[in-house]
Ligand binder design. Structure first.
Ligand code: C2E
Ligand code: CA
Ligand code: CA
Ligand code: CA
Length: 275
């Protein structure tokens, strides 16, 4: 009964995203899309400001829809979260990230690979079961960027599941910090390894003294908690310099590289090493 009710809510919420018929068929097509290889992981480099090179990437999912063309995640992730399809999608991302990391290693690139994990999966012990099986098979460091899309319903369970990820060797990254969804309360609860400063916090960094103060304080706060800091959405060389001066650890953004196919990423990594 509860399940039926939840399904009804999922149907109702899907309507909020636009044309209900096409969105529902979009979701029912997602599992097929995964099976048919229409879903792909793109990778965006993270530039290490101290080591002056790329040693980490973030996987960002893309859906090559045969009719609608290339779909960006903002179009289907929220719905996938509502309908529960996010679980199958994330399972796939995890497997793919491990395969791709191995391919990178075979090409001589030792790269930390991050995937995005919806806060909703912190309520899914079966996902943690899978992580415990798969993560030890990875040939390098795996990172889960935890994206908070809704209030975590059961904080105790969420913390237990996070501990299970960590015990399986996965590093935890607090994503979109400062975006409104990811806040200080979140930082207080989650003991992670990395904090990602949301693009909205850094977008006016070089124009506004006030924004610069906020970013600097955020970096210091994170460091005092033992977290590595990655600033995302960096497009300007001036922001790069300023963040380096502020002691930020990594930057990510179009300035360094866009999300790209594994093939393009491999070329990028080869050039990055100056080969
Ligand atoms: P995010 O984790 O904050 O990822 C960064 C987004 O900013 C990406 O959009 C990326 O393409 C974009 N971006 C990167 N650098 C720049 C820049 O310099 N300037 C600008 N303007 N944008 C930049 P994308 O790929 O469309 O992903 C959107 C969001 O979808 C992600 O935000 C993430 O929250 C979510 N997402 C993507 N893949 C997955 C996934 O596999 N699972 C889950 N749960 N969420 C995912
Ligand atoms: Ca992310
Ligand atoms: Ca982010
Ligand atoms: Ca963001």
């Amino acid at each position: 009964q509860a399940r039926a009710a939840r399904r009804k809510i999922a149907v109702f919420d899907a309507e909020a995203y636009g044309d209900p018929a096409s969105n529902l068929s979009l979701m029912s097509g997602m599992l097929r899309a995964i099976e048919d290889g229409h879903v792909e992981l793109f990778y965006q480099p993270k530039f290490d400001l101290r080591r002056r090179g790329v040693h980490a990437v973030e996987g960002l999912v893309r859906w090559r829809h045969p009719v609608r063309g290339m779909l960006r995640p903002d179009l289907f992730i929220p719905m996938a979260e509502e309908t529960g399809h996010i679980r199958a999608l994330t399972d796939w991302c995890l497997r793919q990230a491990i395969v791709d990391q191995k391919l990178m290693a075979e090409a001589g690139h030792e790269i930390e690979v991050a995937i995005n994990v919806s806060g909703r999966l912190l309520g899914d012990p079966e996902f943690a079961d899978l992580v415990e099986v798969l993560a030890p098979q990875a040939c390098g460091k795996l990172i889960f960027e935890i994206t908070e899309t809704a209030v975590i319903e059961n904080p105790d369970l969420a913390l237990t599941i996070l501990d299970r990820f960590k015990a399986a060797g996965v590093d935890i990254s607090i994503d979109d910090f400062g975006s409104g969804l990811s806040s200080l309360a979140y930082l207080k609860q989650i003991r992670g390894h990395e904090l990602k400063i949301d693009r909205s916090l850094v977008v006016d960094l070089t124009q506004s003294q006030r924004d610069a103060l906020i970013v600097r304080s955020t970096i210091d706060l994170a460091h005092s908690l033992g977290l590595k800091v990655t600033a995302e959405g960096i497009e300007e060389p001036d922001a790069f310099q300023l963040l380096a001066a502020m002691g930020c650890d990594q930057i990510q953004g179009y300035l360094i590289g866009k999300p790209q196919t594994l093939t393009d990423l491999m070329d990028f990594l080869r050039d990055d090493r100056g080969e």
